[in-house]
Design a binder for this molecule. Structure first.
Ligand code: PMP
Length: 454
């Protein structure tokens, strides 16, 4: 069947008036329409409706890890749909691809994380983690252990609870799950270090965390949720030792650790999972999505420890949780093919060198007058623009500095993601050194362009 899809930019924009975009200025869209229609993609490039070929510097949305249009994944999805288009994993049903992917994730996830519940977004994976832990503590006779420790700067999704766990300014004026989440300090040394050494800053963060736990009462806290590197909060790499010590503190107080690896998993930092291999801590639950299928299908996973599963699978009662599409056969097939491809091409291993080249290339932009900090690791980088390098004062938000640099970059053939005064890069993991150098050059020219305008 050939679908009746709009082809020209005008046709697309005519039909786009019925689409409600996400995280967008809807008023501006109503007045001006969408700015870019992406119509095709291959490898590390996308093509817009005007025929411009652009480097996909944000990997779709931190997700197209193995690159676009990989035949192996598309074939696996098609084959799965031809065999079994859909069946659920409700009640006592299962099917081959969900069972196989759960097994594969148990093999890849660190330590005793051997049990997997599937969802279809990172938000849902995080909601599932919290629901599982509430259920776990209730079964242990500790129903008061409900509260969640999160951080300013965190991003955990945009469903009701997930957005409550997200940094507060992302839900300004919106309702969210109230009274259940406590936000701790953002672990951002460059902004918040206040003349301390990095080690002193880590000590201060941990002391604050301990004080917070004491004042809320560990008997009221279910978990600490954290991204190994904060993504949408501006790509914040915590100071050395922070995660390991936070996990140790949580263990002391019997608080579970949920590591939100929606972005950091599946090769982005050079390993399938970053918690243990990069940051040396063992979570009780890992949540992931995005790179799990490289975005070819919507799929997320909440990977829990045997110990948690043992409690929630004890006698009596039903696990009252799950989505129709939990473990969708086509999504699970995409996940299996994606992981097989990553293993065959040794993508995580390659990222340990190409990702370092990417990081060094972008960090080299910090000689520019308006670049305050370039931070992040491997293929997860944030560039923070400042008006004054000494005082770290930011530009007037009305100047839209990130957006302006992103627009210049797009004119030069690169998609980057503006977030206020920060620009984020999270490309595919298959970039060649030459493509990485091109990205560096485009960003330099684009920043220089904006500097001239200011
Ligand atoms: N956690 C993190 C760390 C994320 O970056 C995101 C999305 N960017 C989410 C959760 C939410 O995922 P989704 O948009 O698939 O619900």
């Amino acid at each position: 069947m050939t679908l009746d899809l709009p082809k020209t930019t005008d046709d697309i924009l005519t039909r786009d008036v019925h689409l409600v975009q996400s995280w967008a200025d809807l008023n501006s869209l109503k007045q001006n329409g969408a700015t870019t229609a992406i119509v095709e993609a291959e490898g590390s490039y996308v093509t817009d409706s005007q025929g411009n070929r652009l480097i996909d510097g944000i990997g779709g949305l931190w997700c197209v890890n193995v690159g676009h249009k990989r035949a192996e994944i598309i074939d696996a999805i098609t084959e799965q749909l031809n065999t079994l288009d859909f069946y659920s994993t409700f009640y006592s049903f299962t099917h081959p691809s969900a069972a196989a992917l759960a097994t594969k994730l148990a093999e890849l996830a660190p330590g005793n994380l051997n049990k997997v519940h599937f969802g279809n977004s990172g938000s849902v994976a995080n909601e599932t983690a919290v629901r599982v832990l509430h259920h776990y503590y209730k079964r242990l006779g500790q129903p008061s252990k409900r509260k969640i420790l999160s951080r300013h700067g965190a991003y955990h999704g945009s469903t009701h609870l997930a957005v409550a766990m997200t940094t507060p300014h992302y839900s300004d004026g919106w309702h969210k799950a109230e009274g259940i989440v406590h936000h701790m300090r953002k672990p951002h040394y460059w902004r918040e270090g206040d003349g301390m050494s990095e080690a002193e800053f880590t000590d201060a963060l941990l002391a604050d965390m301990k004080a917070d736990i004491e004042s809320i009462g560990a008997e009221n806290i279910a978990c600490f949720i954290g991204e190994p590197i904060m993504g949408a909060g501006g790509v914040i790499v915590p100071p050395a030792g922070y995660h390991k010590r936070a996990a140790e503190l949580c263990a002391e107080y019997e608080i579970k650790v949920v590591s939100d690896e929606v972005v950091t998993a599946f090769g982005r930092l050079g390993y399938f999972f970053a918690s243990k291999d990069v940051f040396d801590f063992q979570p009780d639950i890992i949540t992931t999505a995005k790179g799990l299928t490289s975005g070819y299908q919507p799929l997320s996973a909440t990977i829990m420890s045997d110990e948690i599963h043992e409690v929630i699978s004890g006698p009596g009662g039903v696990f009252l949780h799950g989505m129709t599409y939990s473990g969708h056969p086509a999504a699970a097939a995409a996940g299996l093919a994606n992981i097989a491809l990553m293993e065959r091409e040794q993508i995580p291993q390659t990222v340990r060198s190409t990702g370092k080249h990417f990081e060094a290339t972008l960090k080299g932009l910090d000689d520019l007058d308006i670049v305050g900090e370039v931070r992040g690791s491997h293929f997860m980088i944030g560039i923070e623009f400042v008006k004054d390098k000494e005082t770290k004062e930011i530009f007037d938000p009305a100047l839209n500095i990130g957006l302006r640099v992103a627009r210049k970059a797009q004119e030069r053939g690169l998609i980057a993601r503006p977030l206020g005064h920060i620009l984020i890069l999270s490309p595919t993991l298959i970039l060649t050194p030459e493509q990485i150098d091109t990205i560096g050059a485009i960003l330099r020219e684009s920043i220089l362009d904006v500097m001239k305008e200011l």
